[in-house]
Design a protein around this ligand. Structure first.
Ligand SMILES: Cc1cc2nc3c(=O)[nH]c(=O)nc-3n(C[C@H](O)[C@H](O)[C@H](O)COP(=O)(O)OP(=O)(O)OC[C@H]3O[C@@H](n4cnc5c(N)ncnc54)[C@H](O)[C@@H]3O)c2cc1C
Length: 521
């Protein structure tokens, strides 16, 4: 193949899963003809391989992403079986006893940057009230199944910070329609069977079965776990995280509600099992339930039996349909951008969906690519290096944060939980932080990059939720500090009292939105 054109005018996104359509939408909304830009965005997907069809929990960041690309929130609720998500609840992770649970809500603790809340909680309240329940109103909204806004709150605005639970397949279809009909994305359906290269190693075009060669200046690999361009073509090394996060398998199933008007949970519920955990996500028409587990610690049959038991125990049918099995290697690619190819979504990496970080990473990747879209091939290597630095750091932080959920467990009922606390399975940086936190709580200085995925507040929620306690006498504070913290604890309690009667139940608000829509601004 011949020479490389210098100006970047055409981008081909390969893959029509959530990652592909989200990336195409972000690029077209910012640089495409509908935005007065000159970038041509094409999405190419195989007719033979469907999207993975799981990935039903998002972060609050998804609200910004959808608003930016121009999707109406009402459409999301009408077409994607969407519900509100206000965080996660972890059941059975600390010691496995019946009452064992803690919350990781989406809102920051009340007065988080103004007072030393952790110190005041430890000294005066830790034996009586869980940290999250004292510093935030949101666990109480979740416990009562409240919605995070009122019927009069406009699209994408919130009374309490929220993300979504939705049907992943329907979400892809909504984005696809929006990309094609509104944002001017060209849609090609064909199977990629080969890759043509320029002399310098860049990809010149993709050979398809029926449409011939599809050329572009930049290729976005959204081909899922196949990682067709970055992994298979370029052979960019896969950095396994199996020694830290053991889970590599999942069984997913859809479960009907007991009654049509059953309450819809306000949070993802993650319940610890003998060799993994079960996710439980409430949508308006059904629950999405799945068991994520380590194939080195249990068998598929035992994992399915545990899932059936969970489904029955939580009101699901005795004759649960056969679950769908998914297998993955936990880890990520050494680089995400190589030559003129950048991987986003599962093609870049995947680890267990414990904090639903995969779609958040897709959003961040698409946003960085769009913000830094290189105008020329010459500029591309500089942008690629910055992209790689940024996402290597982010993947490492995701691993650390997910591992925090395991590293402090007191469970010792199976090899899985015993292995999780062994030093050799805990990343060095997390071990160092845990040592520092014995003397002072997680602080912003521990996570000082712009757009950190998990702020120090999230670490505090999980750390104290998991029962971590500092050295005796540590986290000391002056009296006026304690008084200031107490003011914020009272403020959180007042907000709880005000919000509980003022916010509708999830199902009530969702049905209202489906019928009447939301106010658009
Ligand atoms: C069990 C499980 C649970 C998860 N839960 C969550 C969650 O709660 N929250 C969250 O954020 N994420 C979650 N994820 C991750 C989430 O599912 C993915 O990040 C998301 O769906 C994006 O997938 P994708 O678009 O990268 O890949 P896919 O959906 O697999 O799409 C791949 C695309 O590539 C195309 N393709 C492949 N080969 C070719 C070829 N040769 N030619 C042309 N096209 C090709 C296919 O046609 C397809 O369109 C979960 C993942 C798993 C496995």
């Amino acid at each position: 193949m011949g020479g490389v054109s210098n100006t970047v005018r055409q981008v081909v996104v390969v893959g029509g899963g959530s990652a592909g359509w989200l990336t195409a939408a972000v690029l077209a909304a910012e640089h495409g003809p509908s935005a007065g830009g000159r970038l041509k965005v094409t999405l190419l997907e195989s007719p033979d391989i469907g999207p993975i069809g799981v990935g039903e929990g998002t972060w609050p960041t998804m609200r910004d992403t959808l608003r930016t690309v121009g999707v109406s929130e009402t459409d999301l609720f009408r077409h994607c079986d969407a519900a509100f998500k206000q965080g996660s609840r972890f059941d059975g992770w600390v010691d496995g006893s019946p009452a064992d649970h803690y919350h990781h809500p989406f809102v920051l603790p009340q007065g988080y940057t103004e007072a030393r809340l952790a110190a005041a909680w430890l000294q005066q309240h830790a034996s009586a009230v869980p940290f999250a329940d004292l510093v935030s109103f949101q666990p109480h909204l979740c416990a009562q199944g409240r919605a995070p806004k009122q019927a009069t709150t406009p699209e994408y605005a919130a009374v309490a910070n929220y993300g979504y639970h939705f049907d992943a397949g329907k979400f892809g279809l909504l984005l696809k329609r929006h990309c094609i009909e509104t944002l001017g994305v060209e849609h090609l359906v064909d199977h990629v069977v080969g890759i043509h290269s320029h002399d310098n190693g860049d990809i010149a075009s993709l050979q398809t079965q029926a449409l011939g060669a599809v050329a572009a200046d930049l290729f976005v690999d959204c081909t899922g776990l196949a990682s067709l361009l970055l992994g298979r073509h370029y052979g960019v090394e896969f950095v396994s995280q199996r020694h830290v996060l053991f889970n590599d398998s999942a069984l997913a199933v859809q479960v009907p509600y007991v009654r049509e008007d059953s309450a819809i949970a306000s949070q993802t519920i993650a319940t610890a099992q003998e060799a993994g955990w079960v996710w439980d996500i409430g949508l308006p028409t059904r629950r999405g339930v799945g068991h994520v587990y380590s194939s080195a610690h249990t068998s598929d049959d035992a994992a399915e039996a545990a899932l059936r038991q969970y489904v029955q125990r939580t009101g699901g049918p005795k004759d649960m349909p056969s679950p769908r099995k998914l297998s993955f290697q936990p880890g990520y690619r050494r680089k995400f951008w190589h030559h003129n190819c950048v991987a986003i979504g599962l093609a870049a990496g995947f680890v267990e969906p414990l904090e639903a970080s995969a779609l958040a990473l897709v959003e961040l990747s698409a946003a960085l690519l769009s913000d830094e879209m290189p105008a020329t091939r010459e500029a591309m290597d500089i942008v690629a290096q910055r992209f790689n630095d940024s996402f290597r750091y982010r993947w490492e932080r995701v691993i650390d944060f997910l591992k925090l959920h395991y590293a402090l467990t007191r469970r010792s009922d199976s090899a899985y939980w015993r292995d999780h606390v062994a030093d050799e399975h805990v990343p060095a940086r997390l071990r160092e932080l845990l040592l520092l936190w014995r003397h002072r709580p997680p602080s912003r200085r521990d996570f000082d990059r712009v757009e950190e995925l998990f702020p120090s507040a999230s670490y505090q929620y999980v750390l104290f939720g998991m029962g971590f306690r500092p050295e005796p006498g540590a986290y000391a504070q002056a009296r006026d500090d304690a008084e200031r913290a107490d003011r914020y604890f009272r403020e959180a309690a007042t907000l709880t009292r005000k919000m509980l009667p003022a916010l509708p139940a999830n199902r009530e608000l969702i049905e209202h939105i489906q019928r009447h829509g939301m106010l658009r601004v």
